[in-house]
Design a protein around this ligand. Structure first.
Ligand code: FAD
Length: 497
């Protein structure tokens, strides 16, 4: 008889895990609380434009990239709506009044940085080699079988990112510049392990992509894979309780009162949210639960979604990363008193012309900023606070593009509270648990649990983002299907082509 799997959470992790299991012949049911599936792939319409919630820069979708290969294996790669960044100018980084235009590609990147910092060419080359060396320490990154994530690594793998960069280049400005991607991984100079920096940097150097016309399209394709395998994705019905008997999960109840049962269960939501839903959380060891509850979280963000007056602002095939000074690069969160990182991007349409219809501003932000309203009603003071935040960010854009505010037809904002409620994530943490160089092991959560038919997936297990979560989905699916089951089938399919 076909073994059944119930997945709690229809976000990136839940859908990729469900699609991989469906492809392997499992009967899959995914339960999603929101009306729209996708989690970080959700899109929404505002002012007549489609905006994405949590997928603006997609790593691993380049030719030969791991996400691209998994999507090809699932048969959806050719139906994705991808838009490339300009490889000669993938990112603009502004630190103070200085602007740096950075390309994709290992050699081009070294050349660009060496042109800005000629005395550091040798150091930049050595840094680049170290980045790729560290990324190869994780075979899963290239869809190769691997043992323990934490064993057999170089000492550099665990170094705080600031120390790692300082080993190779001396110039303080260049050190900050090399850390410019840290808003994409919750990076902090003294805490984030070099391995996370290396993986995200290598993904960016390989050529990131954009999901054009709304990232939710990828969620729909994954749902098709699950349905083609005889499974289903049920949206708009949150799991409200998880039952167990004799240390095995026996069923879940949803907000609508429906009861679901399966042979195996995968939690694709925040592990602490799962604990809160379980009728017998004590089935999991106390030390494990305490560790999860005590783990620090990555930062949240404040977003401004902008609609431009038609034909006034050019489409940008790059992302902008801005800081007021070098020191802020290492501590990226914003508050009214501290201008941290500001990212700007013009998301592409399926048929993109020379003009941008919209822009998204993302400013990393500490949860503390919204704590006064965390469990209170969102009152006039909250609305005024949001308005001030938006004005500060729009003012920063005016400094970069004089006349910018006159081009804005309409805008709205999302705060860490929006993110918390939308994804059901703690403290609106956009990347899940924070990774700490001094005890990386503590922030990695195995996909298997002490409950034999309960598995975990999603960004809180190891790495966030499209690539991190998709690779974790492979690990989760293999935990259910048997070691090598997904990667073996994928390699065989690739060899046949
Ligand atoms: C503002 C923002 C910008 C981002 N930008 C990028 C980017 O450009 N590139 C990138 O790679 N990553 C980006 N990320 C990170 C990325 O979105 C996440 O790493 C990814 O979505 C995590 O996947 P997940 O499956 O763990 O969780 P999610 O995708 O959040 O999925 C969890 C799902 O579980 C559902 N859920 C929660 N509780 C329940 C329940 N009780 N019952 C049923 N369903 C439930 C949620 O509604 C959600 O759909 C961004 C995140 C944010 C917030």
């Amino acid at each position: 008889m076909t073994r059944s799997t119930l997945i709690i959470g229809g976000g990136i992790g839940g859908l990729f895990t469900g699609a991989l299991l469906s492809k392997a012949g499992r009967e899959v049911t995914v339960l999603e609380k929101n009306a729209v599936i996708g989690g970080g792939l959700q899109s929404f319409v505002r002012f007549g434009e489609v905006f994405d919630t949590g997928m603006h820069i997609a790593g691993g979708l380049h030719e030969g990239g791991s996400v691209s290969r998994i999507c090809a294996y699932l048969g959806i790669r050719d139906r994705m709506h991808l838009q490339s960044f300009d490889p000669r100018h993938t990112d603009t980084v502004r630190i103070g009044a200085d602007e740096y235009r950075l390309p994709a590609g290992r050699e081009a990147f070294v050349e660009a940085l060496s042109a800005y910092f000629p005395a550091e060419r040798t150091g930049v080359q050595a840094y680049m080699e170290a980045l790729y060396r560290l990324s190869r320490e994780l075979p899963l990154f290239e869809l190769q079988p691997s043992g323990s994530v934490l064993e057999g690594h170089s000492e550099e793998f665990f170094l705080p990112v600031r120390d790692f960069i300082a080993r190779y280049v001396n110039d303080g400005r260049l050190q900050a510049l090399l850390a410019y991607l840290n808003p994409l991984y919750g990076g902090r100079g003294e805490r984030t392990p070099a391995c996370i920096h290396a993986l995200l940097s290598v993904l960016q150097l390989s050529g990131p992509a954009r999901l054009a016309g709304g990232s939710v399209h990828l969620a729909m394709l994954l749902r098709e894979v699950i349905e083609a395998g005889g499974g289903r994705v049920v949206s708009g019905d949150a799991v409200t309780a998880v039952q167990s008997e004799r240390r095995r999960l026996t069923g879940v109840t949803t907000a609508s009162g429906r009861q679901w049962t399966a042979d195996d269960y995968v939690s694709a939501i925040h592990p602490c949210s799962l604990l809160a839903l379980m009728d017998h959380p004590e089935d999991l060891p106390k030390a494990y639960r305490s560790r999860l509850e005590g783990l620090p979280l990555s930062f949240s963000a404040f977003l401004v979604n902008i609609k431009f007056r038609p034909g006034t602002f050019p489409y940008l095939a790059h992302t902008g990363f801005c800081w007021e000074d070098e020191a802020s690069v290492w501590q990226p969160e914003n508050s009214l008193s501290h201008p941290g990182a500001l990212l700007y991007m013009t998301p592409p349409e399926e048929r993109q012309d020379a003009w941008a219809r919209k822009m998204i501003l993302i400013a990393p932000m500490a949860w503390e900023e919204v704590r006064p309203w965390a469990s209170a009603s969102r009152d006039e003071a909250y609305r005024a606070w949001k308005q001030r935040q938006a004005e500060v960010l729009l003012g920063r854009m005016e400094g970069i593009f004089p006349g910018f505010q006159g081009l804005v037809e309409a805008y709205d904002t999302s705060s860490p509270l929006t993110i918390r409620d939308y994804y059901g994530t703690r403290q609106g943490a956009i990347y899940g648990f924070m990774h700490d160089a001094s005890h990386l092991a503590a922030s990695l959560v195995p996909v298997v649990t002490k409950i034999p038919n309960l598995y975990l997936t999603g960004q809180n297990c190891s790495l966030h983002g499209l690539c991190g979560v998709t690779l974790t989905a492979v690990a989760t699916a293999e935990a259910l299907l048997g070691s090598g089951a997904v990667m073996g089938a994928l390699h065989q399919q690739e060899e046949r082509k």
